[in-house]
Design a binder for this molecule. Structure first.
Ligand SMILES: *[C@@H]1O[C@H](CO)[C@@H](O)[C@H](O)[C@H]1NC(C)=O
Ligand SMILES: *[C@@H]1O[C@H](CO)[C@@H](O)[C@H](O)[C@H]1NC(C)=O
Length: 484
């Protein structure tokens, strides 16, 4: 499976610029790095990604027998206090306290005094059943982690192991999975807290463990995971994207949001209210100096691009048993099928071609807002709304077939062990994503960027086949939100 070609592509993926910067500053449409610089970078990255994490993983590997902790651990079962508040609170709302500690679901929970932040905790059902907490971790800090689980009103502690994802791009912090086996004394924990180094360090809150039961059926076909939104103000682009997702057959969008202006917030609130959007507060900047990019030397910081990678991984696990597929992409990207209209029709076609045990990758095509505009679908009513009418841009920059072009993926989340910006790092069956032929579907990336003069742009009017429906839908939302 890991042919040489695939392996090289994997490395070249490191060269692709993160594309989700919403800043209005015009950037180049093309990747910036030269192949030979890339090689050097690769060697360094390889050592720090593969060799160092291995060693760190070994450190966290030794498992210890689970044992109850706290004042009750020597009591016989009959002496145990009544389970405190494991049941739902009033009106069926989630309990506010379990095992006498408050419930705090995050998504950023600091581990004691350590440079570790837990995003979300999930039951891993696929190999050995265990609890997997997705975290952001300082990679050089040696820590032994423990899970404290609340089990029928009793604290049970067990030593964790952890592994750091290889796509940390050499930043001090990386994405990590902290894993704890279920213990025989606790087969159905409901809440977990991660603690470090020694058990005496007391925990101050519990996080709800999600995905405890696998539902009988998936309630969603497609979920789009958008990581991350910061300094965002392009109301029109946002509504266009949301309505295009609907037209493509998407039922849920998840946005990890750091910051946006009040007009954007109004739109987000509108979609949250309709149930189409889940908004997850992404406050990583309060704790960690995030980088604006993926190259430490160019964009200094302690964590790759606003913590995009841990957010994506959290989204995959959050929707693992809710959604048939998740799309890991940005708000200015549209994966459009060329021969059918929706993802609902496209995905069965792809599964027929490639099987249903792989993910699918779609090649990036940039439609620069600096190109000539086509005014067929000009909307006077939209003119005062901040953002861009994407229907005016139907010229794309030709992709260099000899150069690696960015991709984004649509995957069955149940195949994914570790996700990254442009694909997957680890899957349950070792199969990586397959490239979808660009006469079947491709990614339309509509953004403000500069391209070399003299570039012969290619006219591509695929987006226009959605124009009538899109205009109707966007106009309605603009009206409902009071923009027009
Ligand atoms: C669980 O541990 C925490 C922190 O050590 C403690 O505050 C709490 O009372 C314990 N709960 C129970 C039920 O023992
Ligand atoms: C989900 O996809 C199936 C086809 O695979 C389709 O019949 C169904 O209508 C879709 N559900 C929604 C809500 O779009």
């Amino acid at each position: 499976m890991f042919s040489k070609g695939k392996y090289e592509v994997k490395h070249e993926k490191l060269a692709s610029e993160s594309e989700s910067n919403p800043s209005s500053v015009k950037r180049s449409c093309l990747p910036k790095i030269r192949p030979f610089t890339l090689c050097l970078v690769c060697v360094v990255i390889y050592i720090s990604m593969v060799v160092v994490p291995k060693i760190q993983e070994e450190n966290g590997k030794k498992l210890q027998n689970p044992k109850p902790i706290g004042p009750n651990h020597q009591n016989k079962p009959s002496d145990l206090p009544k389970p405190t508040t494991t049941k739902d609170g009033p009106n069926g709302s989630p309990p506010s306290k379990v095992c006498r500690i408050k419930v705090e679901n995050g998504p950023l929970i600091k581990v004691n005094r350590h440079k570790t932040y837990v995003i979300g905790s999930y039951v891993e059902h696929r190999a050995t059943k265990e609890i997997k907490s997705i975290a952001i971790m300082q990679r050089h800090e040696p820590v032994t982690y423990y899970c404290v689980m609340c089990c029928d009103g009793v604290n049970i502690s067990t030593q964790a192991k952890y592994s750091i994802h290889s796509d940390h791009y050499n930043f001090d912090y990386g994405t990590a999975d902290i894993m704890c086996k279920f213990s025989h004394t606790c087969s159905a924990p409901t809440h977990v807290a991660i603690t470090a180094n020694n058990l005496a360090e007391s925990i101050t809150s519990f996080q709800t463990i999600e995905n405890r039961v696998i539902p009988k059926s998936l309630r969603l076909n497609f979920t789009v995971c958008i990581s991350v939104m910061f300094d965002y103000n392009k109301v029109l682009d946002l509504i266009e994207a949301m309505e295009m997702f609907t037209l493509l057959g998407v039922q849920k969008v998840v946005i990890y949001k750091t910051s946006c202006d009040s007009a954007t917030q109004k739109v987000l609130d509108y979609y949250v209210k309709s149930g189409f959007l889940e908004l997850i507060p992404w406050t990583v900047e309060k704790h960690i100096k995030v980088s604006m990019g993926w190259q430490k030397e160019i964009s200094p910081g302690e964590l790759h691009y606003h913590g995009q990678i841990p957010a994506l991984n959290d989204c995959v696990f959050r929707y693992m048993y809710q959604s048939r597929y998740v799309a890991l992409q940005d708000i200015d990207e549209l994966i459009l099928p060329l021969n059918v209209r929706t993802w609902t029709e496209l995905l069965p076609e792809l599964e027929k071609m490639h099987g249903n045990d792989v993910g699918f990758e779609f090649e990036n095509n940039v439609f620069p807002f600096t190109a000539e505009t086509q005014n067929k679908y000009e909307q006077d009513a939209w003119k005062n709304v901040p953002g861009t009418n994407i229907l005016k841009y139907v010229d794309r920059i030709p992709n260099d077939p000899y150069r690696f072009n960015n991709i984004k993926v649509i995957v069955n989340p149940r195949l994914v062990l570790e996700a990254t910006v442009h694909g997957l790092l680890k899957t349950v069956n070792g199969h990586n994503t397959v490239r979808v032929r660009n006469d079947i579907a491709r990614m339309y990336h509509l953004k403000n960027c500069e391209y070399p003069r003299g570039t012969h742009l290619i006219r591509d009017k695929r987006l226009w086949s959605y124009a009538d429906d899109l205009i109707k839908a966007v106009s309605k939302v603009l009206q409902d939100c009071g923009f027009t």
